[in-house]
Design a protein. Sequence first.
Length: 641
Amino acid sequence: MQHPHPHPQTPTPAQNRPGPPAHRRRRRTAVLAATIAVTALAGAGLTALSTDSAEAATARQVEKLDRGVVSVYTGSGNLVSWRWLGTDPNDVSFNVYRAGTKVNSTPVTGSTNYFHSGAPAQADYTVRAVVGGVEQADSVHAVQLRTGYKDVPITPPAGGTTPDGVAYTYEANDASVADLDGDGALDFVLKWQPTNAKDNSQSGYTGNTIVDAVKLDGTRLWRVDLGRNIRSGAHYTQFQAYDYDGDGKAEVAMKTADGTRDGTGAVIGSSSADHRNSSGYVLSGPEFLTMFNGQTGKAMGTVDYAPGRGTVSSWGDSYGNRVDRFLAGTAYLDGTRPSLVMARGYYTRTVIAAWDWRGGAFTRRWTFDTSSSTNSGKGYDGQGNHSLSVADVDADGKDEIVYGAMTVDDNGNGLWTTRLGHGDAGHLGDLVPSRSGLEYFKVSEDTSKPGSWMADARTGQILWQTASGADNGRGVAADIYAGSAGAEAWSASDTTLRSATGASLGREPSSVNFVNWWDGDPVRELLDGTRVDKYGTSGETRLLTASGVHSNNGTKSTPSLSGDILGDWREEVVWPTSNNTALRIYSTPVETATKITTLLHDTQYRTALAWQNTAYNQPPHPSFFIGSGMATAPRPTVYTP
């Protein structure tokens, strides 16, 4: 049952701030329908000026990507698509070449894809941008998906046996992408999980967690073995791959411990220490945070993990379940350059530490602790999800950390809390485009709280909510139905699909998991297990059934990665093959007439790809609305190192 007039939550002082003026941008990092001239200035205060914008927006550092050309064979020809970069001009057009011969009769202006009818699967394509009537140099050659997918070879680590005699092997698990070597192409960072990985609530030994860096051609750049003192499971290892120091090559950050072996074979801490107890938990010994070189895997800097575990029982239990619940993310806390966010705890105490990586060293930017004298008693404890989101929710140009039912401001101060507690899923984006700013949809685990709710992301004000009474384990918000304005929302314990304003729309989708832009329209599709479906009011239409692959994380049934990593703005899906010897990339074979800048240059979306691997994986959402009836997509204000 819907509650049309829910009781508002008690606001924190930040909730009483006046809203942004109507003329301000939905995201201060985006300028709509403007010609962007990116002016590179020395130092951190780079700005980009719009020729028809009254205000300058601060430019954000993003990856210097290549054109990302992809060719998907359909049986009747190849769909060639490519990136419209944030650093391209608004009026750029493109020519498509096959083996040096142009195949389009007039420049492609209204999209960034072209269907080359009748061409064979192995046709070789490049793309040339046309700027001011002048054709530019050739792009990289297209990544060929000759059978509708491309396999990136990977090599499973050798299995082993735990101290109690249990044998295990390895399965490819969550992945992320970043340009690790500075060549303009995205590389994979892949977590290998042993078959005896455990939820924190389960006792028992696990094998080691292994992390690989792999290029698109299957070249392995390095392998990191986190060692026996990092327990393996969804809540223990959250890795972040991002260019934190702005040198054009991404770094990789992870929690480490005694015995972690970096990509060069060097050991962090003591190689002989074994801190596991008889139940397989690691509740003693040092805890570290390490920044690895993305190209070599070398440990470049290691500091004590913040916060340390301290007294185990202070996190909610004494046996090791809640003390080792970790989340991680990347956020533009200064509005220009990315910072690393590492966190511990969400059922009771929560501590979030923000780090800068500059000049080869860690610097702690701030620490937010729900048990501190500043925050204690204000309703921030016990509000965390099994994931987090990052966005500029208050339109000040700097990112906030949406940590479940509460949000931390860019300066490390609490911004708001709804006091509605822990949940398994949350979605942050421009879900209600008729309103100013961003919205946040979340489900609740507490049976005494609303089953799900939609809030203003700037203030935490509840916009609508559903009935309480169930542990609501799944929920999604995305525009999957063109018949209703804005994003729809649905959840496991609700019985209906809901509009952006909470009204019933009838039949719920058949899955409550991931979403994906796959076909030609801007309405999003359903991604669950190893399939992509189109929602319909009477039933789904199957668009993709992946073969020879497996989903990850048990009943969560998530891919290794889903996001805009190649081609135009539509989203690829990456699953491991059934035998774990390849990452299989699927990309859409469907033409689109919609032109959107690569989502990799929308920093809300890009940081969401970085945190997607965190705990219970959630799909990425951009800073602006993509869906039925959408406005012209904004151009990002960005610069490249």
